[in-house]
Design a binder for this molecule. Structure first.
Ligand code: ADP
Ligand code: MG
Length: 288
């Protein structure tokens, strides 16, 4: 394409709410055949709320006390729900995040854990049949179940759920109509990821991926000969956005995402990813 055509394309992108880093970005978009969509914050709104509590009220109170020190959307949902009931939460000592697994901290002299089953496994704590069943049932509905333990024992399950963005299913259908393969990528559990994928029409799911490994998933797809566009919000996926042949960042995401991406989708609407790919095909196809 001529430089003029690329500049016209760039200008048209701005009208569509797509900020393009440089005219050359449109060239690299042409060969894309696979679109990896991060689940949380891209396909879903990334705003979670508490939907179920299994166990007594101490489960929510102590989980919230630990989660208070975390910025994860799961943590925000738990803290908000506890805040409505108690207002103030007890302080946490020795807080730490275990990447992709959950959080640990000391509250009122107890070591409290909140997160995936694997987090409890690491501390030699068994989840138990009852909580395991409740957890699986919640995940099959597309929710995320947080197991809460203290004093070496599993005490309850807190369930939080996100909502799928109203335009995600349409965006996926349009990607498919363009001949592209959508892939859902997430650190979340497989059950929840599959439920969300089914809701929006994605067949290929890569779940339970640790934050640091998202970039390797993109590399693996590229090694298979696929040309990969990655759509993410920068929470855990900035490196993957940078590795992708085309990185599309949600404008509603973090500054890291906007830096790592080639394109920014200003409104945070996944349909803009389709617009971006269409725009580049049109720009490069009509003017040689
Ligand atoms: P995503 O790819 O959806 O952004 P993350 O990699 O951030 O997911 O987290 C993966 C999983 O780790 C979550 O689905 C959750 O089960 C667990 N997890 C992460 N952070 C927390 C937290 N603060 N509290 C409880 N569980 C957490
Ligand atoms: Mg994320």
């Amino acid at each position: 394409a001529t430089p003029t055509a690329l500049l016209v394309g760039t200008g048209r992108g701005a009208q569509l709410g797509i900020l393009i880093k440089g005219p050359e970005v449109l060239e690299s978009t042409r060969a894309v055949d696979t679109v990896v969509l991060d689940k949380t914050g891209t396909v879903t709104a990334g705003k979670m709320s508490l939907t179920e509590l299994h166990g007594d009220s101490e489960v929510l109170r102590l989980a919230a006390a630990v989660e208070h020190a975390s910025e994860h959307p799961i943590a925000r949902a738990i803290v908000a729900a506890a805040g409505e009931r108690w207002g103030e939460l007890p302080p946490v000592d020795g807080f730490r995040t275990v990447e992709g697994l959950g959080v640990v901290g000391e509250v009122e002299g107890k070591t409290v854990l909140a997160g995936r089953s694997a987090l409890l496994d690491r501390h030699g704590i068994t989840v138990g049949d009852k909580f395991a069943r409740l957890k699986t049932a919640a995940e099959d509905r597309g929710a995320t179940a947080v197991v809460v333990a203290w004093d070496g024992e599993a005490r309850g399950v807190v369930v939080v759920a996100d909502t799928v963005k109203p335009t995600s299913a349409q965006a996926v259908a349009e990607l498919k109509a363009l001949g592209l393969r959508p892939v859902l990528l997430t650190g979340d559990n497989t059950g929840s990821a599959r439920a969300v994928a089914a809701e929006v029409g994605i067949d290929e799911v890569i779940a339970e991926v640790l934050p640091a490994d998202k970039v390797d998933v993109v590399k693996r797809l590229q090694a298979e000969g696929r040309v990969v566009a990655m759509v993410g919000d920068g929470v855990n996926d900035a490196a993957a956005l940078a590795q992708a042949d085309l990185g599309l960042s949600m404008g509603t995401g973090t500054d890291a995402a906007i830096e790592a991406g080639d394109l920014t989708l200003v409104r945070g609407d996944p349909r803009a990813a389709v617009d971006a790919i269409r725009l580049s095909r049109r720009t490069l196809g009509t003017i040689k």
